[in-house]
Design a protein around this ligand. Structure first.
Ligand code: MG
Ligand code: MG
Length: 264
C-alpha cells in the first residue's frame, strides 16, 4: 500500500538541480564505458569515474552508501547489480553494466548502462539492445494519467516477447535529496491501471534489469555482488526521469561530447 505523502514532489528549480547532477553522473559513466576495453580492470574504471566526478565539484553518491566501497557498480556477465569493482581485468566478449551516481549541491544523479567489451556474442547483443529499448518504453509511459502498472507491464511484455526475464528484487526509485526516495518503481508483475499515479513533479528512475535465463538471483559472499542463479547473462539500463504535464523529461543525459560512438 503506497502512502502518497511519502513521495517528494519537485519544483522546476529542483528538477534542474537533479538534471545537473544527472549530467555529471552520465558523463562519468561515458568516461568509464569508453575505457571498458580488454585488459582494463574494474578498479581502473572506478578511479576514472571518481576522478571525473570530483573534478566537476561533485561527489560519488554510492561511495559509503550503506557501506558500499566504490564510485561505480560494475556488474560483469552473470553479475546482476551492485558489483564491487575489483582487480578483474575485462576480457573480449564480456558485457559490463556500469552504474554511476553523483551528488551535486545536495541532489543525486543516478544512471546505468551496459556495454560490450570488444566483440560480444549475438545473445549478449540482443540482451543489451532489448534492455535499453525497454528502458525507453518505460520512460514513454511516465506520463500524467498513467499508473505504475501501465509502465511496468509494458516493460515486462517487451522483455518476455523477446525471450528475456525481468529481475524482480532490484527496482527503480524516486530520487532527489536522497538517492533512494519513494515511490518504489517495479518492472514486473503489475496489472495495467494499478499502482501509483504518474503526477507532475515526480522524479523517478527507470532501470529495468533483463536476464537471458531465469529471473532468480543470489547474493555473493561480499554481501553486495548479485549474480543470476542459473549463470545467464544480465544487463541493465537506467535513466532518471521527471514527470511533467508536457511528458517525461530525461534528467541523466550526457553532454554531446560524451556520447558513445554507438549512440548509447
Ligand atoms: Mg543506478
Ligand atoms: Mg537507481
Amino acid at each position: 500500500m503506497l502512502i502518497r505523502e511519502q513521495i517528494r514532489y519537485k519544483s522546476r528549480r529542483e528538477i534542474e538541480k537533479l538534471r545537473a547532477a544527472g549530467r555529471i553522473a552520465a558523463n562519468a559513466l561515458r568516461v568509464a564505458a569508453r575505457a571498458a576495453q580488454p585488459g582494463v580492470s574494474l578498479l581502473e574504471l572506478d578511479k576514472l569515474a571518481e576522478d571525473f566526478i570530483r573534478r566537476q565539484g561533485a561527489t560519488p553518491s554510492f561511495k559509503g552508501y550503506h557501506g558500499f566501497p566504490a564510485t561505480l557498480c560494475t556488474s560483469v556477465n552473470d553479475r546482476v547489480v551492485h558489483g564491487i569493482p575489483t582487480s578483474y581485468r575485462l576480457q573480449e566478449g564480456d558485457i559490463i553494466a556500469i552504474d554511476c551516481g553523483a551528488k551535486l549541491e545536495g541532489y543525486h544523479g543516478d544512471t546505468c548502462l551496459t556495454v560490450g567489451v570488444g566483440e560480444v556474442g549475438e545473445a549478449a547483443r540482443a540482451l543489451m539492445q532489448s534492455c535499453q529499448l525497454a528502458m525507453f518504453v518505460g520512460i514513454e509511459h511516465c506520463r500524467v494519467g498513467l499508473r505504475l502498472g501501465d509502465m511496468s507491464s509494458a516493460v515486462q511484455r517487451f522483455a518476455e516477447e523477446r525471450g528475456f526475464s525481468v529481475v524482480r528484487e532490484y527496482i527503480g526509485h524516486g530520487i532527489g535529496r536522497d538517492l533512494h526516495e519513494d515511490p518504489q518503481v517495479v518492472f514486473a508483475d503489475q496489472r495495467p491501471g494499478t499502482g501509483f499515479r504518474m503526477e507532475p513533479g515526480m522524479t523517478i528512475t527507470i532501470e529495468p534489469i533483463f536476464n537471458t535465463g531465469g529471473a532468480r538471483c543470489r547474493v555473493e559472499k561480499d554481501g553486495w555482488t548479485v549474480r543470476t542463479a542459473d549463470g545467464g547473462l544480465s544487463a541493465q539500463f537506467e535513466h532518471m526521469v521527471a514527470i511533467t504535464k508536457d511528458g517525461p523529461e530525461i534528467l541523466s543525459l550526457p553532454d554531446p561530447e560524451f556520447e558513445m560512438p554507438d549512440g548509447t
